[in-house]
Design a protein around this ligand. Sequence first.
Ligand code: SN0
Length: 329
Amino acid sequence: MKYFTTVNDIANPMGLVKEALTIKKNPHAFPNLGKHKTLGLIFLNPSLRTRLSAQKAALNLGMNVMVMNIDKEGWALELEDGAVMNGSTVEHVKDAAAVMGTYCDVIGIRCFPGLIDKKADYSEKILVQFMHHCKIPVISLESATLHPLQSLADLMTIQEKKKTAKPKVVLSWAPHIKALPQAVPNSFAEWMCKADVDFVIAQPEGYELCEDYTCKARIVYNQEEALEGADFVYLKNWSSYKEYGKVLPVKDNWLMNNEKHKLTNKAYIMHCLPVRRNVEVPDELLDGKHSLILQQAENRLYAAQAVLKSILEKNYTANKAELVAEGED
Ligand code: SN0
């Protein structure tokens, strides 16, 4: 694995889930695997869990870490090829990425969508340019369209908590005050398609996700119908894909609550965080006994560690003998 940007970069997604769960039992089993290797974390948008879990994961593997909030601390980046840079942009992404590629051994990058130009966002303009120009392995820390580290942690959490071989998992649209990316739901759908689950997406009309990701999902437009017998309910807002980036008017009340929870099979409640409490999900569910939000967040660490471990093993095997020997000291 050179890249971790979509579930399709992984030969065996359930194998990676298993590996992450094994790491969770003994996170310090490979303290030298990443010795003398540097992880560069580049943020064009805010982050709490991703930033800290990726740093901690790298440290657990003996890596060095550099973090750059490039949107605030770097030069204004130019993304257009052939641009005459006589305006506000100062440095071309091809130069910035190439330079960082010489300082780092693995790069992680967070780049949200603009939610204005669907084609630009869905072509992953920034991520793809970084991958092309930095020449080293790249991990998505949430791109314009996907958030694979989150989905890996979510699948780990479902794996840990499920009580039946094939649980019913409902991804339900939730209200919000602003337009949010489709990355988390796209990604969750993509990973659910690789898992042995009965997967349902509940959403208001107009909120259909890009079909590239929702292949195996049953789409339901009535939230209460979808909740019937659910084992896991993943609540998340996203903006419209069809009417790109818009917040469309919704007539029914899509805010989940304890009353609606009674329709489920004592479902666990999931959310990737950050959550707008009592707008997207009420306190009674987030703080209730079925909430998995902290477990999901904790699993982000082991998800990141499994991905980094796999990238180090696959791409830096020349040093492997030396690293293993040092680990045995
Ligand atoms: C991001 C999203 O993709 O929905 C990150 C989730 C991991 N969330 C937000 O941007 C929330 C912003 C807000 O104002 O609530």
